[in-house]
Write a protein that binds this ligand. Structure first.
Ligand code: MEV
Length: 316
């Protein structure tokens, strides 16, 4: 029996534009999803996931793992065929799929890593990323893969679509995270932005390019821990996201409450429409911002950024 865990994520800057090839910054959070895996002799794959209604990402991750396995030369298994074995998987998570922390990406990554350990087939981080990204594309049809990268590599990453660039960045980020109570549907929002880009390519492409520029400046501010500057850049990013039409009244209420309470900057995080907002706080500023977000109707999620990527919790 082995247990593997993968972290959730928060997008710091660059959402939506990242789908069009511009960079983004994502950080892994210390809320984790756990997959326990046990080899069985019955040749069956069973999945127990009491916290979720469906297991399509786990099922697809298992299928993609075996496709990948069939395409690589034998390694690690000392000639043992994985075909004769089944596996039972049991999933548990610190966070629900409602909050937008990336439960689908975390479960895909943790499942693939768990299978590689159970069947003793070593996989590099890059291989886990590539196989798990295929799961996202198969099921959602769209997505940059930034959430998969956060689950695999952890920490904070400067990222480009499909893993064209995956560059680790230093430093934990002082964030307060406010949940709107509304579940966002990422593929719908991505498609909505795509429709807008088709209708107004000049305007929308300019927004993407401006967001990309902000991300480059945000990377420098983050590396030098210039939080005041990073906050301003996040505020500009939020203005562009509002122009794209992906913000919501609830997000705006929480963002403006956080800013009034002294946040360096605040913005939505992820696809928009709901899910979470993030506020960058100064050394002593966390309690006031927390209170302001709560008073504006948000649920504050107690998370730390820069968490470790996928890892084995135990091996028995
Ligand atoms: C969603 O959390 C972030 C988007 O940029 C989609 C993606 O990058 O896959 C909207």
């Amino acid at each position: 029996m082995i247990t593997v865990s993968a972290p959730g994520k928060l997008m710091l800057m660059g959402e939506h534009a990242v789908v069009y090839g511009y960079p983004c910054i994502v950080t892994a959070v210390d809320q984790r999803l756990y997959v326990r895996a046990k080899k069985t002799d019955d040749g069956k794959i069973t999945v127990d996931a009491p916290q979720s209604k469906e297991t399509k990402f786990v099922d697809a991750a298992v299928a993609k793992f075996f496709v990948w396995r069939s395409q690589i030369p034998l390694r690690g298994t000392k000639g043992v065929s994985v075909k004769h074995h089944g596996v039972s998987l049991s999933i548990r998570s610190d966070f629900t799929s409602q909050v937008g922390f990336g439960s689908s990406s975390a479960v895909s990554v943790a499942t693939i890593k768990a299978l590689s350990l159970v069947f003793a087939i070593p996989m590099t981080e890059r291989e886990i990323f590539d196989v798990a990204y295929q799961v996202t594309l198969d099921i959602q049809g769209v997505g940059s893969g930034f959430d998969i990268a956060a689950a695999v590599y952890g920490g904070t990453l400067f990222f480009k679509k499909g893993g064209e660039v995956i560059e680790p960045l230093p430093n934990e980020i002082p964030l307060v995270v406010g949940y709107t109570g509304v579940k966002a549907d990422t593929p719908t929002l991505i498609n909505m932005v795509a429709a807008k880009q088709k209708e107004y390519p000049g305007k929308v492409n300019k927004i993407f390019s401006a967001i990309g520029e902000l991300v480059l400046q945000g990377r420098d501010a983050l590396v030098t821990k210039d939080w005041e500057r990073l906050g301003k850049l996040m505020n500009f990013d939020q203005e562009y996201l509002r122009d794209l039409g992906v913000s919501s009244q609830k997000l705006e209420d929480l963002i403006s409450a956080a800013k009034k309470a002294g946040a360096w900057g605040a913005k939505l995080s992820g696809a928009g429409g709901g899910d979470c907002m993030i506020a960058l706080h100064s050394a002593g500023g966390k309690p006031q911002i927390t209170k302001a977000i709560q008073e504006a109707g948000g649920q504050v999620m107690d998370v730390r950024t820069h968490a470790e990527g996928v890892r084995s919790e135990s091996e028995l």
